[in-house]
Design a protein around this ligand. Structure first.
Ligand code: GLC
Length: 777
């Protein structure tokens, strides 16, 4: 299509190439991130994912050799051929990723599929041609990860997906090509290296990871620019850092958002909400948040309250606050068509709704019946929506849950020609669909930030690349199926690799009825998912921790308490995530990339670097195989030690989720509490697994942005095990209140311990120290 290279020139970080039929650009973002671009629609990137300038002045050189242009940075060699074929090599000339030169040729499908359609069997399309398609040659050793929220297994090789935000209430199964979120980014892991490709295109995009033919994989789009980033590893951790360098890191959230959250469609009336709250406290099950689903609203009008069921809602919120609960309310995008309703009237007056091609506000149906769709692609509308958050916040609401923002519609999908302003580049639904939820979350985030000046808590169902900057996500309407519990692990791991570190599932499952056993196993997984929220659908059986039998309640209590104990660890991971973009839930290959056994582990993961979680994901199962990578691993419950590099069999009765801690780890713990802020955490407990290692612990006020001005503490705790266990606790950054006390709980070790050069005797495995032992760096 592009034809021959005619001439080229280099300006700043960019190589511009004139082909016979069009222009191509190779831009060096930094020495290991290269952008490949052709202005097929817009002259510039016009990215909804990447904010601000990312280009770093980098040394590189370009020459023309025989038949191609060669661009070299310190880390990569890029060769550009006629027809804008682009190949990437590492600095030693080893091929990483090369364009496929032959024609696409699908695998053979035999027989006339049409006949099967009579029985309702869905026939796969054989061959699709796209306006933009980039076909890469399969070298043979590729594993693929990322692609956001997809069903199926961790490794996406051999499968085909589409990016088109989709609200499909049927049980999510492997044949689904799209769900609520569109993140056009994948990671390729090969024998000696890895790289990522971020295809920054908001139109419907297509990813075939070797399903059509195992000789190649491709990504494609219906429209937009040819605009993708090649993000070099060689470590997968480098790729994730690089991708989140472009699209943004998940920011440090408020501490309470990491506590347990209880939801239901819907807790109503307010007496029921209060009853739920009281039951948590009576039963001594920690909980920080209660979610109010659509029934708190007046006739599903967003930013209103039902005056009967939630009469005097401010008082209810106050009562909940006194018990230590935060309230999060759902806000959908659809604005009820209703004369006199302020959202409708204002939206109409200022032209804030998406319109049909004649400029008449477009109407479809959602919960309130006929409804209009705010045009979040327009800055003025985002500001309006941001302002409206105040209505909820001044009533005492602490966070906003954005739903139905694919956008969902009950009367068929939004037509292609629904019009959006698109910040000065008017366009239609095809371009905005995949960023509608993203832009809604951005508006919500900014509104909350402006009003509260605290770290906003937003949850969204739909998203695009980069949404992590504004919002946490949940994986939408799963079912109370064991199959969906199993799927949660690879889905969340791939979301995390796709930049969305703060994510979770509806614990217990949304549709269908959970059993006590399923909820017990789900809460064990939920304890290690960043967003830890139990949620269920209207008319399903109750699903609160106590809704089944005593044993289920006991297991819920145990794992929710474990989560609260681990809160400082979870918070440390979030702090690191803001710096590196690394997710909290990590596939094992992220830290053991040389170990091929870790490439397809769908049912276990690392929580941070030190905790390995191997949940039980099948009914009736009480034993499982666990792969432990190299090193020594300690069973969290029994303290038994295992040598890694192999599978072990682990017994796991219903109340046990197999958890292993790597030898040499230090895990910070909090004392028991029923909600964040119930106690001033004056004591830091350090759970120590003697060996050689170091750990950074972070502490701040847990809610404001003051940490950005240095108001935080960073402790470095290092440990060495020789003849004696030596521990050093020092403060690397001093900007916030100290702990009064440190309690060291030492496992699997009997001798004396030297802490900051002073020798101590263990008292039943414990040493308690006052803050005076601290050394400052
Ligand atoms: C959607 C959401 C679900 C919510 C329901 C009612 O199905 O995904 O979480 O409970 O709408 O608001």
């Amino acid at each position: 299509m592009f034809g021959k290279i005619m001439f080229y020139f280099v300006k700043d970080n960019k190589l511009e190439i004139q082909f016979e039929n069009g222009k191509g650009f190779i831009e060096v973002i930094k020495d290991d991130i290269i952008n490949v671009f052709s202005p097929l629609k817009y002259e510039d990137h016009f990215s909804r994912a990447i904010e601000g300038l990312k280009i770093i002045k980098t040394d590189f050189h370009v020459n023309y050799n025989n038949d191609c242009l060669i661009l070299k940075t310190d880390k990569l060699i890029v060769k550009i051929h006629d027809d804008f074929k682009v190949d990437f090599f590492d600095k030693d000339g080893k091929i990483l990723c090369e364009d496929y030169r032959e024609d696409r040729k699908p695998f053979i499908r035999r027989g006339n599929g049409k006949i099967a359609e009579g029985e309702g069997i869905k026939i796969e399309e054989n061959f699709r041609k796209y306006k933009i398609e980039i076909v890469k040659k399969m070298q043979g050793d590729e594993y693929f990860y990322g692609l956001g929220e997809k069903t199926g297994h961790l490794n996406k090789r051999g499968y085909y997906y589409e990016m088109w935000n989709t609200d499909d209430p049927r049980p999510h199964v492997e044949s689904f090509v799209s769900l609520y979120k569109s993140i056009p980014f994948f990671i390729t892991l090969r024998e000696n290296a890895s790289f990522g490709i971020f295809f920054d295109n908001t139109f419907k995009t297509y990813f075939d990871m070797g399903k059509e033919n195992e000789k190649y994989y491709y990504f494609a789009a219906d429209d937009g620019n040819l605009d993708y980033y090649f993000i070099y590893g060689p470590k997968v951790t480098d790729v994730v850092e690089g991708y989140t360098y472009l699209t943004g890191k998940t920011p440090l959230p408020q501490l309470w958002t990491l506590g347990y959250q209880q939801s239901r469609w819907s807790y109503s009336p307010k007496e029921r909400v209060l009853e739920i709250a009281k039951t948590f406290r009576e039963k001594d099950i920690p909980c920080d948040v209660i979610h109010l689903d659509i029934d708190y609203m007046d006739g599903y009008r967003v930013f209103t309250w039902d005056k009967v069921a939630f009469n005097n809602h401010k008082e209810m919120i106050k009562e909940l606050k006194d018990m230590g609960f935060k309230v999060v309310t759902i806000i959908d995008p659809g604005v009820k068509k209703d004369k006199g309703y302020f959202m409708y009237e204002e939206g109409l007056k200022y032209g804030y709704f998406a319109t049909d091609k004649d400029g008449i506000p477009y109407i479809n149906e959602v919960w309130p019946g006929e409804a209009l769709y705010p045009d979040f692609s327009d800055e003025a509308v985002r500001r309006w929506w941001a302002e409206k958050q105040k209505i909820m916040l001044q009533d005492g609401v602490a966070g906003i849950w954005n739903d139905m923002n694919e956008p969902a519609s009950f009367k068929g999908p939004l037509p292609e020609d629904v019009q959006f302003k698109n910040d000065g580049r008017p366009t239609n639904h095809l371009e905005i669909h995949n960023v509608y939820g993203h832009l809604m979350s951005k508006a919500t985030y900014e509104g909350i930030k402006d009003y509260t000046n605290k770290r906003p808590f937003v949850i969204t169902r739909a998203c695009y690349a980069g949404t992590q900057k504004y919002s946490t996500v949940w994986t939408g309407d799963n079912h109370s199926f064991w199959e969906h519990l199993r799927m949660a692990v690879p889905m969340l791991l791939n979301l995390g690799l796709s930049g969305i570190a703060f994510c979770g599932t509806d614990v217990g499952g949304f549709q269908f009825d959970a059993t006590g056993e399923l909820l017990s196993r789900w809460v064990q997984l939920g304890c290690f998912t960043p967003l830890f929220r139990n949620h269920s659908c209207i008319h399903t059986r109750d699903q609160e921790p106590w809704a089944f039998d005593e044993k289920t309640e006991e297991i819920n209590r145990k794992y929710i308490k474990l989560r609260y104990k681990l809160l400082p660890y979870v918070y440390d991971l979030m702090y690191q995530c803001e710096l590196t973009g690394l997710p909290l839930m990590r596939p094992l290959f992220l830290h053991y990339q040389d170990d091929k056994n870790t490439y397809e582990l769908n049912d276990e993961f690392l929580f941070g670097e030190n905790i390995l979680v191997a949940p039980i994901l099948e009914q009736g199962k009480n034993i499982r195989a666990v792969y432990l990578p190299e090193g020594t691993w300690i069973d969290y419950w029994t303290k038994e030690e295992y040598e890694g590099g192999k599978y072990i069999l682990k017994e796991a009765p219903l109340d046990i989720c197999p958890i292993f801690i790597k030898k040499g780890s230090i895990i910070p713990n909090f004392e028991e509490q029923n909600y964040v802020g119930q106690k001033k955490m004056n004591k830091l407990i350090l759970d120590i697994y003697p060996g050689d290692g170091a750990y950074y612990h972070y502490k701040d006020d847990g809610e404001s942005f003051e940490y950005k001005e240095g108001k935080y503490n960073l402790y470095k705790i290092s440990m060495r095990l020789k003849d004696i266990l030596e521990i050093n606790i020092e403060k690397e950054h001093d900007g916030y209140d100290d702990y009064e006390e440190f309690e060291l709980i030492v496992s699997n070790y009997n001798g004396n311990v030297v802490v900051n050069s002073k020798q101590y005797k263990l008292d039943q495995g414990v040493i308690t120290l006052q803050k005076e032992i601290l050394t400052k760096k």
